[in-house]
Design a protein around this ligand. Structure first.
Ligand code: GAR
Length: 192
Protein backbone atom coordinates (compact mmCIF):
# COMPACT_ATOMS: atom_id res chain seq x y z
CA UNK A 1 0.00 0.00 0.00
CA UNK A 2 1.31 3.46 -0.84
CA UNK A 3 2.64 5.57 2.02
CA UNK A 4 1.02 8.79 3.18
CA UNK A 5 2.71 12.04 2.35
CA UNK A 6 2.04 15.14 4.39
CA UNK A 7 -1.49 15.80 5.52
CA UNK A 8 -3.22 14.42 2.47
CA UNK A 9 -5.93 11.87 3.27
CA UNK A 10 -6.55 8.79 1.16
CA UNK A 11 -9.80 9.13 -0.77
CA UNK A 12 -11.83 6.04 0.06
CA UNK A 13 -15.01 4.34 -1.11
CA UNK A 14 -16.94 1.91 1.12
CA UNK A 15 -18.98 -0.88 -0.50
CA UNK A 16 -21.94 -2.19 1.52
CA UNK A 17 -24.97 -4.46 1.11
CA UNK A 18 -26.76 -4.35 4.45
CA UNK A 19 -26.94 -2.87 7.93
CA UNK A 20 -23.77 -0.84 7.58
CA UNK A 21 -22.53 -0.88 11.15
CA UNK A 22 -18.97 -1.14 9.83
CA UNK A 23 -19.65 1.78 7.49
CA UNK A 24 -20.96 3.84 10.42
CA UNK A 25 -17.84 2.97 12.35
CA UNK A 26 -15.51 3.82 9.44
CA UNK A 27 -17.22 7.18 8.96
CA UNK A 28 -16.66 7.94 12.65
CA UNK A 29 -13.02 6.86 12.34
CA UNK A 30 -12.47 8.91 9.17
CA UNK A 31 -13.43 12.06 11.05
CA UNK A 32 -10.69 11.82 13.64
CA UNK A 33 -7.48 13.71 13.00
CA UNK A 34 -5.16 10.70 12.92
CA UNK A 35 -7.31 8.85 10.39
CA UNK A 36 -5.43 8.35 7.10
CA UNK A 37 -8.69 8.14 5.11
CA UNK A 38 -11.53 10.34 3.99
CA UNK A 39 -14.72 8.64 2.76
CA UNK A 40 -15.80 10.20 -0.50
CA UNK A 41 -18.42 7.72 -1.65
CA UNK A 42 -20.57 4.80 -0.49
CA UNK A 43 -21.59 2.17 -3.03
CA UNK A 44 -24.30 -0.42 -2.47
CA UNK A 45 -25.64 -3.20 -4.67
CA UNK A 46 -29.11 -2.61 -3.26
CA UNK A 47 -31.31 0.33 -2.38
CA UNK A 48 -32.50 -1.77 0.57
CA UNK A 49 -29.17 -1.52 2.39
CA UNK A 50 -30.00 0.13 5.70
CA UNK A 51 -26.46 1.42 5.93
CA UNK A 52 -27.11 3.92 3.12
CA UNK A 53 -28.72 6.13 5.77
CA UNK A 54 -25.29 6.68 7.33
CA UNK A 55 -24.05 8.15 4.07
CA UNK A 56 -27.06 10.48 3.96
CA UNK A 57 -26.66 11.52 7.62
CA UNK A 58 -23.01 12.35 7.02
CA UNK A 59 -23.41 14.09 3.66
CA UNK A 60 -21.43 11.45 1.84
CA UNK A 61 -22.37 10.72 -1.74
CA UNK A 62 -24.03 7.33 -2.26
CA UNK A 63 -24.62 5.35 -5.41
CA UNK A 64 -26.52 2.12 -6.01
CA UNK A 65 -25.52 -0.33 -8.72
CA UNK A 66 -27.18 -3.52 -9.81
CA UNK A 67 -24.18 -5.85 -9.80
CA UNK A 68 -26.06 -8.59 -11.70
CA UNK A 69 -24.92 -7.09 -14.98
CA UNK A 70 -21.34 -7.28 -13.82
CA UNK A 71 -18.98 -6.08 -16.56
CA UNK A 72 -20.68 -2.90 -17.66
CA UNK A 73 -21.55 -1.93 -14.11
CA UNK A 74 -18.03 -2.52 -12.89
CA UNK A 75 -16.55 -0.51 -15.76
CA UNK A 76 -18.86 2.37 -14.90
CA UNK A 77 -17.78 2.17 -11.26
CA UNK A 78 -14.11 2.13 -12.27
CA UNK A 79 -14.64 5.30 -14.27
CA UNK A 80 -16.29 7.01 -11.29
CA UNK A 81 -13.54 5.92 -8.91
CA UNK A 82 -10.88 7.19 -11.29
CA UNK A 83 -12.63 10.53 -11.70
CA UNK A 84 -12.85 10.91 -7.93
CA UNK A 85 -9.24 9.85 -7.46
CA UNK A 86 -10.26 7.04 -5.11
CA UNK A 87 -7.21 5.17 -3.77
CA UNK A 88 -8.77 2.70 -1.33
CA UNK A 89 -11.83 0.45 -1.50
CA UNK A 90 -13.15 -0.88 1.81
CA UNK A 91 -15.64 -3.72 1.54
CA UNK A 92 -17.85 -3.68 4.62
CA UNK A 93 -20.54 -6.33 4.53
CA UNK A 94 -20.55 -6.22 0.72
CA UNK A 95 -22.11 -9.49 -0.39
CA UNK A 96 -21.27 -9.48 -4.10
CA UNK A 97 -18.14 -10.93 -5.66
CA UNK A 98 -16.03 -8.49 -7.68
CA UNK A 99 -14.64 -9.68 -11.00
CA UNK A 100 -10.96 -10.54 -11.59
CA UNK A 101 -10.73 -7.61 -13.96
CA UNK A 102 -12.04 -5.13 -11.39
CA UNK A 103 -9.70 -6.44 -8.70
CA UNK A 104 -6.73 -6.26 -11.09
CA UNK A 105 -7.47 -2.61 -11.81
CA UNK A 106 -7.37 -1.85 -8.07
CA UNK A 107 -4.73 -4.39 -7.17
CA UNK A 108 -3.56 -4.07 -3.56
CA UNK A 109 -6.05 -1.30 -2.85
CA UNK A 110 -9.15 -3.31 -1.98
CA UNK A 111 -9.59 -4.57 1.57
CA UNK A 112 -12.39 -6.57 3.17
CA UNK A 113 -13.61 -7.39 6.65
CA UNK A 114 -14.63 -11.00 7.16
CA UNK A 115 -16.33 -12.51 10.23
CA UNK A 116 -13.95 -15.39 10.90
CA UNK A 117 -10.35 -16.08 11.79
CA UNK A 118 -9.17 -16.61 8.22
CA UNK A 119 -8.00 -18.89 6.68
CA UNK A 120 -10.72 -20.69 8.66
CA UNK A 121 -14.26 -20.40 7.27
CA UNK A 122 -14.09 -18.52 4.00
CA UNK A 123 -17.41 -17.61 2.43
CA UNK A 124 -20.76 -17.56 4.23
CA UNK A 125 -22.20 -18.84 7.55
CA UNK A 126 -18.95 -18.44 9.45
CA UNK A 127 -20.53 -18.27 12.92
CA UNK A 128 -22.67 -21.33 12.29
CA UNK A 129 -19.59 -23.27 11.21
CA UNK A 130 -17.62 -22.16 14.27
CA UNK A 131 -20.44 -23.15 16.67
CA UNK A 132 -21.15 -26.46 14.93
CA UNK A 133 -17.46 -27.34 15.07
CA UNK A 134 -17.39 -26.45 18.79
CA UNK A 135 -14.55 -23.99 18.21
CA UNK A 136 -13.18 -22.31 21.32
CA UNK A 137 -12.59 -19.05 19.42
CA UNK A 138 -14.21 -17.08 16.66
CA UNK A 139 -13.20 -13.70 15.37
CA UNK A 140 -12.73 -11.40 12.42
CA UNK A 141 -10.08 -10.60 9.85
CA UNK A 142 -9.26 -7.68 7.58
CA UNK A 143 -7.50 -8.84 4.44
CA UNK A 144 -6.50 -7.71 0.97
CA UNK A 145 -8.96 -8.75 -1.72
CA UNK A 146 -7.67 -11.00 -4.47
CA UNK A 147 -9.58 -12.94 -7.09
CA UNK A 148 -9.62 -15.98 -4.75
CA UNK A 149 -12.47 -15.55 -2.27
CA UNK A 150 -11.37 -14.48 1.23
CA UNK A 151 -7.82 -15.65 0.52
CA UNK A 152 -5.74 -12.46 0.22
CA UNK A 153 -3.00 -11.52 2.68
CA UNK A 154 -4.31 -10.92 6.20
CA UNK A 155 -3.72 -7.41 7.55
CA UNK A 156 -5.09 -7.82 11.08
CA UNK A 157 -7.30 -10.13 13.15
CA UNK A 158 -9.17 -10.14 16.44
CA UNK A 159 -10.26 -13.19 18.41
CA UNK A 160 -13.35 -13.70 20.57
CA UNK A 161 -14.04 -16.52 22.99
CA UNK A 162 -16.95 -18.82 22.16
CA UNK A 163 -18.66 -20.08 25.31
CA UNK A 164 -21.19 -22.90 25.76
CA UNK A 165 -23.88 -20.23 26.12
CA UNK A 166 -23.21 -18.66 22.73
CA UNK A 167 -25.65 -18.94 19.85
CA UNK A 168 -25.52 -17.46 16.35
CA UNK A 169 -26.90 -14.10 17.48
CA UNK A 170 -24.66 -13.66 20.50
CA UNK A 171 -21.56 -14.71 18.59
CA UNK A 172 -22.34 -12.42 15.66
CA UNK A 173 -22.80 -9.53 18.10
CA UNK A 174 -19.53 -10.24 19.88
CA UNK A 175 -17.62 -10.51 16.62
CA UNK A 176 -19.17 -7.34 15.20
CA UNK A 177 -18.04 -5.40 18.27
CA UNK A 178 -14.49 -6.54 17.53
CA UNK A 179 -14.89 -5.76 13.82
CA UNK A 180 -15.53 -2.15 14.76
CA UNK A 181 -12.20 -2.04 16.60
CA UNK A 182 -10.35 -4.01 13.95
CA UNK A 183 -11.17 -2.15 10.72
CA UNK A 184 -9.64 1.18 11.83
CA UNK A 185 -6.59 -0.63 13.25
CA UNK A 186 -6.07 -2.44 9.94
CA UNK A 187 -6.38 0.78 7.94
CA UNK A 188 -3.85 2.53 10.15
CA UNK A 189 -1.53 -0.43 9.81
CA UNK A 190 -1.49 -0.34 6.01
CA UNK A 191 -0.70 3.35 5.81
CA UNK A 192 1.96 3.48 8.54
C1 GAR B 1 -20.07 -8.15 9.11
O1 GAR B 1 -20.07 -9.11 10.11
C2 GAR B 1 -19.01 -8.49 8.07
O2 GAR B 1 -17.85 -9.06 8.59
C3 GAR B 1 -19.77 -9.47 7.23
O3 GAR B 1 -21.08 -8.95 7.13
C4 GAR B 1 -21.37 -8.19 8.30
C5 GAR B 1 -21.81 -6.82 7.86
O4 GAR B 1 -22.25 -6.06 8.95
N1 GAR B 1 -19.16 -9.62 5.94
C6 GAR B 1 -19.17 -10.74 5.24
O5 GAR B 1 -19.73 -11.74 5.62
C7 GAR B 1 -18.45 -10.67 3.91
N2 GAR B 1 -18.30 -11.95 3.35
P1 GAR B 1 -22.53 -4.51 8.79
O6 GAR B 1 -23.40 -4.33 7.53
O7 GAR B 1 -23.27 -4.13 10.04
O8 GAR B 1 -21.21 -3.81 8.65
Amino acid sequence: MEKLTGLEKIKTVVFISGTGSNLKNLIKFSKIKKSPIIIELVISNTIKAKGLSYAVQNNIEKQIFNFENNNTIENNILKILKKKNIRLICLAGFMKILSKNFIKKFDGKIINIHPSLLPKYKGLHTHKKAINNKDKFGGCSVHYVTSKLDSGKIIAQKKVKITAKDNLTSLAKKVLRQEHKLYPIAIQKIFN
